[in-house]
Ligand binder design. Structure first.
Ligand SMILES: [Zn+2]
Length: 235
C-alpha cells in the first residue's frame, strides 16, 4: 500500500493575464475531486501519520490521503477550506512566509497575475480548525542555489514565524520549485523539520526517505479521468 499525497497551488478561476493557467484548479473542479475522494473512501490523515507510515508503522485508516497546497494563496482559505471542511477533510498548507498578507506573483518573473496571500488570522483560523501548516521557506528561492547562511535562514526563520502564528511546532517543509539536493535535505533536517515533500511524481511508500517524499500534482487541465488515473495507478 502506498499513500497518495496530492498537491495543489491555486483554487480559483484563472486570471485573464495569468501565464501559468494550469496552476489554477477551479472551485468547481476541486469540489468534484473532493467528492470523488470521499466516494472512494479516502480519509485525510495527519502528516505525522504519513511519517510514521514511512518509518514502518501501520496507519489507523484504510485509505489514507494527504491533500497539500504550496505557496499559501488566500484562495486556499476562500475557496478550498470551506469545501474541505464540509467533507470532513483536512489539509497541509505550505506557506512562503515572506508573502503573508501581501499581493504578489511568485511562480517566476514571467508570471504577471498577482495573487493575494493568506494573512495571519486566516492561517490561525485554519490551524485551529484542524488544518496543518508547513513551511515553504521565506522568499520562494531555489534552495539548491543558495549559500549556506541564506539557506539556513530561509529554513529556520520561516519555521519560527509560522510557529509564532499557530503556537505549535511546524514539522514539515516543501521545497520551492521542487528544488533540492543532499545539502538542502541535510539543512532541512538540521533546522528541526521531521519531513519534507518534493514535486517528484508518485506516492509515499514505507521505507521512503522522510526528506524526499513524493506527491501527485493536480492541475487545472486534469479532467476527472486524469485525476482518478493518478490516484489509482500512479506508483
Ligand atoms: Zn511554491
Amino acid at each position: 500500500m502506498k499513500i497518495p499525497v496530492l498537491y495543489y497551488h491555486k483554487i480559483d478561476y484563472p486570471k485573464k493575464d495569468a501565464v501559468y493557467k494550469g496552476l489554477y484548479v477551479t472551485p468547481k473542479q476541486f469540489e468534484r475531486q473532493v467528492a470523488l475522494l470521499k466516494l472512494f473512501g479516502y480519509d485525510t490523515v495527519n502528516p505525522k501519520e504519513i511519517l510514521s507510515f514511512v518509518l514502518g508503522h501501520k496507519l489507523p485508516v484504510k485509505k489514507p490521503l494527504l491533500i497539500t497546497f504550496d505557496d499559501g494563496y488566500e484562495n486556499n482559505y476562500l475557496n478550498a477550506y470551506p469545501i474541505l471542511k464540509d467533507a470532513g477533510f483536512s489539509s497541509l498548507i505550505f506557506i512562503s512566509t515572506g508573502f503573508i498578507g501581501k499581493k504578489n506573483a511568485i511562480s517566476d518573473e514571467r508570471e504577471k497575475a498577482k495573487e493575494n496571500f493568506l494573512n495571519k488570522s486566516e492561517i490561525k483560523e485554519m490551524f485551529e480548525s484542524g488544518f496543518f501548516i508547513g513551511s515553504h521557506g521565506i522568499n520562494h528561492y531555489f534552495l539548491d542555489r543558495l549559500e549556506e547562511g541564506v539557506l539556513i535562514g530561509e529554513l529556520i526563520a520561516s519555521k519560527a514565524y509560522l510557529e509564532n502564528i499557530t503556537g505549535a511546532p511546524v514539522d514539515f517543509f516543501s521545497y520551492p520549485f521542487g528544488a533540492y539536493n543532499a545539502k538542502v535535505m541535510r539543512a532541512v533536517k538540521n533546522a528541526g523539520y521531521t519531513g519534507a515533500f518534493t514535486t517528484e511524481k508518485g506516492k509515499v511508500g514505507s521505507g521512503d526517505n522522510s526528506y524526499e517524499l513524493k506527491r501527485i500534482p493536480v492541475n487545472g487541465y486534469n479532467n476527472i479521468f486524469n485525476f482518478l488515473y493518478k490516484i489509482f495507478f500512479l506508483q
